[in-house]
Design a binder for this molecule. Sequence first.
Ligand SMILES: N=C(N)NCCCC(=O)O
Ligand SMILES: [Zn+2]
Ligand SMILES: [Zn+2]
Length: 334
Amino acid sequence: MSSTEFPAAGGSQPRGPVDSSRVPRYAGPATFARLPRLDEVGRADVAVVGVPFDSGVSYRPGARFGGNAIREASRLLRPYNPAQDASPFALAQVADAGDIAANPFNINEAVETVEAAADELLGTGARLMTLGGDHTIALPLLRSVAKKHGPVALLHFDAHLDTWDTYFGAEYTHGTPFRRAVEEGILDTEALSHVGTRGPLYGKQDLTDDEKMGFGIVTSADIYRRGADEVADQLRQRIGDRPLYISIDIDCLDPAHAPGTGTPEAGGMTSRELLEILRGLSSCNLVSADVVEVAPAYDHAEITAVAASHTAYELTTIMSRQIAAARAQEAGNK
Ligand SMILES: N=C(N)NCCCC(=O)O
Ligand SMILES: [Zn+2]
Ligand SMILES: [Zn+2]
């Protein structure tokens, strides 16, 4: 299968996606955006990696199939992103690193496996664009990122707080990763925000506990009232130049925009609002990101997987632009 070469800053030549004007976009096995596999290019600036794991869910399972559904839906992505005026796969080497094989019968072991695999990828100098999987996996990913960067700022897009304590006594679940992360001191508590929250809680205490952990909240109703630009401005100010991790639970979107997920809540933001907020954060120092909770069994016409693939595309664009800008600056300083 042929692929297109793109010139890149610094003289290196990232290998881009398969050219869909020459090879039908529905042909061949799916990688994210039809990009090369990591083993085909040796190293990557941004590694797109799947985590087919959903043993941490409290309601409908199926997010273990999310990564591959996002890859399938990403066949239609094109190499130039007009919203950010950038060609993300030309600015940096983006590659599909395949899946992290985590034990579905032992959550603690799976969490360790994800952390070790993330350590290995980050150790090569790559930033991670992880495709879940359920939200449990954000904890080992954050652990790994914090080993490299120290405590990171967190933007958490979700209908839910995911700062609950335990479920059935289990500490590692998809409703608890960010409480664990705060307890472990791997988040910069000056810059933590949930975005898109809504829906019933177990009690008012959920909010009190969450605030004590340092989280600010932008609800989905706030986004509706204030608009994406104002919300992005406010978030950007809070984050400053701190290393930033963005975790996106696709259920941050309204079920009309993302029916294919395990714990849907009415009254969410649109996919347009999500993409616009992300574009407004393009100057932030995004060190890694995830998109989780896509459960294709409840999807229709790939609505959710398409939204997730575009979300990962915007995040990848932010990272690629920053990598290229850093290289250009380095070259200028020589
Ligand atoms: N979708 C995520 N990450 N969490 C949902 C937990 C909701 C609950 O069972 O109370
Ligand atoms: Zn959620
Ligand atoms: Zn979540």
